[in-house]
Design a protein around this ligand. Structure first.
Ligand SMILES: Cc1cc2nc3c(=O)[nH]c(=O)nc-3n(C[C@H](O)[C@H](O)[C@H](O)COP(=O)(O)OP(=O)(O)OC[C@H]3O[C@@H](n4cnc5c(N)ncnc54)[C@H](O)[C@@H]3O)c2cc1C
Length: 480
């Protein structure tokens, strides 16, 4: 790029600006005067050039390194933790080296709005569905290398919720999870800073729970996958080229089904796109995966029609607040999930904590931006925290952020597997707040589907898209 300032400096004679210094006499002054003029001219030329170029970021050589190839076996849309996990596992499971060309397309390499980097990085065994517990158990094993901070989750239940909590712990123990049940007295003895007055029962994870650095996990998958030959490309998938056909349902009636031929990858800041012909597309677009599925299945029927099967995943804004409380619970603070739904955990060792609460359905904030609602903390979070941990009455909020849950409105669980109307589109989305910890297991599961044609390590058929068509939710009750 032509930089006028740099040229001007390089052409200026040593010994001072202008024609004065150096003692070279008249010739020196004339030469330096000429050079000064040349510098000014070049500076002007550079300015004119810059003003007339199509855009300030115009690069005559093009950004070849980010262009996708024209052909791929698998295109993964979304380069968050899920997309890169799928890509890594595809390479790890491919039968022979370089047997599969995998491309990951991510529209925003800064990840400014990606859930992966805005999450709080928690992992727990305490779910209500065996499939989620199994995924967490695999991930815990996998995550030990990623700056992992072991610490149990502590779920509190009121009289009303105690039965469900006990049942969940039974399922967790059946799956091999180490979880203890605590009476209010035991709870008070272990965590004296808790107000246990309205707690009937608590469950506390003894292993494979804690938190880790989300960015490290995302990068670990990304860098390893790239070292194994996965293409990384910056661009947005805004359209597909599909071909239409008909399939016959078991009841005999035909229904339209399509196949993606090309994924159109739009280059950043441009109307140009690169069509990538491919065999399989993975929808790992996180909170935007519902939107992407709509684009892909558009040919099978317009939204709202009987033929159209929407993927019920949408962005839901969640706030995380960080506060300081020097005489708070301290080092043995677990990740506490209150009967009210509020949660918090320690953040580092300097008396800082972070937490929040999911809003009630009718209070869902506008998901159009990632602005933080500070009143929400005052009105909905702080009173719950101060009730459960009286010393939090004197906390001081230090900072806050917002991120999107990849929220499955149908049953708050993952959708994993083929799209019912687009035969070569595989969905890996809808984790509703637990996708980070499940990325290692879910990525492996999707890669198994692609490479082996079925789930091999963990049977995740319960999370298939078909349940949505059948209207049979696989509801996870332990959603935070
Ligand atoms: C506040 C908060 C706390 C959380 N806490 C936890 C937790 O403790 N534990 C846990 O397990 N999970 C947690 N989660 C959930 C977890 O972060 C998500 O489930 C997970 O990160 C989803 O990963 P992803 O890769 O699918 O989505 P993302 O990280 O959002 O990645 C999707 C990517 O797709 C890209 N994309 C979208 N559309 C297109 C397109 N058309 N073309 C190209 N690129 C596209 C986006 O730019 C984005 O980078 C939390 C989430 C939030 C918001």
């Amino acid at each position: 790029m032509l930089r006028a300032g740099r040229w001007g400096r390089a052409l200026r004679p040593r010994g001072g600006a202008g024609g004065g210094g150096g003692g070279a006499g008249g010739t020196g002054r004339r030469v330096s005067g000429l050079l000064g003029d040349l510098g000014k001219e070049l500076s002007k030329m550079g300015k004119t050039l810059r003003e007339n170029l199509p855009s300030r970021s115009w690069d005559p050589l093009g950004r070849q390194e980010n262009l996708p190839p024209e052909q791929a076996d698998v295109v993964v849309v979304g380069g968050g933790v899920m997309g890169w996990s799928v890509a890594y596992w595809l390479k790890a499971l491919e039968g022979r080296r370089s047997g599969m060309r995998v491309v990951v397309v991510e529209r925003d390499p800064t990840y400014a709005r990606a859930s992966s980097v805005l999450s709080i990085g928690g992992i727990r065994q305490q779910f209500s569905l065996p499939e989620n517990i199994r995924m967490s158990r695999f991930s815990a094993f996998f995550l030990r290398t990623v700056n992992y901070n072991p610490s149990g989750y502590l779920f509190l239940a009121s009289e009303q919720g105690a039965g469900a909590l006990e049942e969940n712990v039974r399922v967790q123990r059946d799956e091999g999870a180490q979880v203890s049940l605590l009476s209010p007295a035991q709870l008070k003895e272990k965590f004296p800073w808790i107000n246990a007055d309205d707690v009937a029962l608590a469950s506390y994870g003894l292993e494979n729970e804690g938190w880790f650095d989300p960015w490290s996990l995302l990068n670990a998958f990304r860098r390893k996958a790239m070292s194994m030959g996965v293409y990384s490309c910056v661009g947005e998938v805004k359209s597909f080229v599909t071909s239409l056909g008909n399939a016959t349902l078991s009841k005999g009636q035909p229904h339209p089904i399509s196949r993606i031929r090309y994924v159109n990858v739009y280059m950043p800041g441009s109307r140009e796109y690169q069509p990538v012909s491919c065999a399989i597309v993975i929808n790992a677009a996180g909170a935007w995966s519902g939107k992407l599925a709509d684009i892909a299945s558009a040919g099978t029927g317009p939204p709202g029609s009987e033929q159209h099967v929407p993927l019920p995943v949408e962005p839901r804004k969640r706030f995380v607040y960080v506060w300081h409380c020097p005489n708070g619970p301290g080092l043995d603070c677990p990740l506490l999930v209150d009967c009210s739904g509020a949660y918090f955990r320690r953040e580092g060792i300097g008396g800082n904590y972070l937490g929040g609460v999911s809003p009630a359905e009718e209070d869902e904030p506008d998901a159009g931006d990632l602005e933080v609602d500070h009143d929400f903390f005052q009105d909905k979070v702080w009173p719950k925290l101060a009730h459960r941990v009286p010393v939090f009455a004197s906390l001081k909020v230090k900072s806050a952020w917002a991120g999107y849950y990849d929220y499955n409105t149908f049953d708050q669980n993952a959708v994993l597997g083929p799209h019912p109307r687009v035969e070569n589109l595989i969905v890996a989305a809808g984790f509703s707040g637990h996708g980070l910890q499940h990325a290692p297991a879910a990525g492996r599961a999707v890669a198994e589907l692609v490479v082996k044609g079925r789930f091999e390590s963990i049977d995740l058929r319960r999370f298939s898209f078909d349940r949505i068509l059948a209207g049979e939710p696989a509801r996870e009750t332990n959603i935070i």
